[in-house]
Design a protein around this ligand. Sequence first.
Ligand code: ZN
Length: 407
Amino acid sequence: MTGYGPQGLALAPAGGSARDLIFERIRAAGQIARVDIARDLSISPATVTTLTADLMSRGLIEETADGRGAGGARGRPRVALRLRADAHVVAGLKLGDRVVTVVLLDFAGRRLAERTTPAGPVPCDAEAVLASVEDALDQALAEAALTRTDLAFIGVGVPGFVATETGMVHWSPTLSVCDVPLAQLLEQRLGRPVAIDNDANLLAMAELWFGVGRAMRDFIVVSIEQGVGMGIVLGNRLYRGTRGRGAEFGHMKVQPEGALCRCGQRGCLEAYVADYALLREAETALPHAPLAPQDRLEKLFAEAKAGNLAARSIFHRAGRLFAIGLANIVNIFDPELVILSGEQMRYDYLYSDAVREGMEANSLDLGHPPVELRIHKWEDQLWAKGAAALALDRLSEQLLAGEMADA
Ligand SMILES: [Zn+2]
């Protein structure tokens, strides 16, 4: 058992009691003895015994034999605590522009099922989104021999401007309408509690709960797909900003009075780096190529590689502005790690040495080694796991709050 969730303790989390910290510690450890919890959290063994008894009576954790063998002179097996895997099931979904990906996890964070189903063309109306979510979810549930009533919580990742606190999608490239109360609509449709978030935030959640970010306090995930997204983790927690929206890296201004962005403003990073921006420029570099957008993009990239100067300049400019954007982020947040992820990562101009050098050249030199930059392979499944982490987070919050009220 390796556990899941941030390994570092979030110091003074909002409303975090000693019991919540113990719960988080058990979750992160996978399994852990009471004596080790007491040591790690500097809480007395008697308090740990009382609070873990409470978590156990609520069905959240259970005892298990400690794999590290017998303890004590008489060889009595040591007892450890772990999350009760079958206590709850959650679902995480990522809405892509061509597919919906679902993952089902048990309460111990283990995968029960995973499914990717084709989705209709985007942008579409809310009804079409509800239908594709419903369809994808039911297929995943059938694979795990479960029904909707088995789901304790559902997390959904949506590209665009998403307010997780209110469950509103203010704008999304997958939706043809603005200001959709998507979480509420999904709850009505599915009959289960639903939380939604910006998909880049959920990619950061996936790294924080299941990936390299588990062991890091401060890191940043940049995703490049249709648009440019960013998730910021500070002090082992996802940073969401005041309005619950989080970072809009794609709309950082990199060029005054520059190219027109989808958001209606000018000079945004996205207006140089995203698919649609590259395709817009492709008109001049590939004048006689009647191709579907994705093929056109591939062709543009192939042309740039083959030495087409116009095509090459499009990618070079995107890479240069991307490097400046990254440097600005590094200068503000001083993260331990920057992870680049997303479908676009297969176009190497965004993670070339030139981008790394550009980022370093524009970052403040304080005599420290430059920030680590890593490329993570793009997988829809990872994004869906981030959505499942959101579901587990909300569920745990609810369960612990309920217990507080009872206590
Ligand atoms: Zn913009």
